[in-house]
Write a protein that binds this ligand. Structure first.
Ligand code: GLP
Length: 240
């Protein structure tokens, strides 16, 4: 893994956005795997600025998001669909038909998983996958488990994830289930960029970089990827 440590979250976001801009400028119809959460927001801000400055265009770019909550209307203010539109898509020239999400309300999640895998394969797979990391080492919504998953699946969220994400839902109880790309789908991306900032991620990062690959710490699987870049701020790197 190519580990890069930055003095600040701002410097990290500059570098992360730059990697995406280079990918898109080399291949105008690049396929991006995208993530939600607080971590990628500064990176998305810089991509919007770069688009407005004429440095990058999303005209032919395709995107696949990692995950989506179940039992939440698509346009709910807390859905990841809404999040991505507010944080990125509404501010750049991406075409709505090129934006892909798992449907958290699909009646048959297995059929939905198959549809998503086929859609990814049809466009030649993901060129660059952006990942955050949960405090328990989850990526997407692949929670610590006994085995690594492969294709997208329906997950029961752990209490630690619920505790971390409930704040976005205020007084409304947050969903207990989500659909997420599996570890296999994530690992099939040609390049992976994991970003982590802040002390709360330090333990998960140290575990991931210890070298042991275990589904108890899902992000550790990135040790097996041929082109994984890990960008950390000093706080996230504080105990490696
Ligand atoms: C959620 C998302 C993950 C994300 C994680 C960390 O659970 N499903 O993709 O990486 O939160 O979020 P944050 O960046 O807000 O710490």
């Amino acid at each position: 893994m190519d580990v890069r440590i930055f003095n600040s979250a701002d410097e990290l976001a500059d570098a992360a956005a730059q990697l995406f801009i280079e990918t898109i400028n080399q291949k105008n119809d690049a396929v991006l795997g995208l993530a939600t959460g607080a971590s990628p927001v500064p990176t998305y801000k810089r991509l919007i600025e770069a688009y407005k400055a004429g440095k990058v265009s999303f005209k032919d770019v395709k995107t696949f998001n990692l995950d989506e909550y179940c039992d939440l209307p698509k346009n709910d203010r807390n859905s990841y669909y809404t999040f991505m539109h507010e944080q990125l898509f509404d501010h750049v020239d991406i075409k709505e038909e090129n934006v892909n999400f798992l449907d958290g309300n699909a009646a048959d999640w297995q059929a939905e998983s198959k549809r998503y895998s086929e859609a990814m394969a049809k466009v030649g797979g993901i060129d660059i996958q952006l990942l955050g990391i949960g405090t328990n080492g989850h990526i997407g919504f692949n929670e610590p488990a006994d085995e690594f998953t492969d294709e997208s699946f329906k997950v029961t969220l752990t209490q630690s994830t619920i505790d971390s994400n409930q704040k976005y839902f205020g007084d409304t109880p947050m969903p207990r289930y989500a659909l997420t790309m599996g570890i296999g789908s994530i690992m099939r991306a040609k390049k992976i960029l994991l970003i982590a900032t802040g002390e709360s991620k330090a333990k998960a990062i140290a575990g991931m970089l210890s070298g042991e690959v275990t589904p108890r710490l899902p992000a550790s699987v990135l040790n097996n990827h041929a082109d994984a870049v890990i960008m950390l701020d000093k706080a996230a790197a504080s105990i490696i």
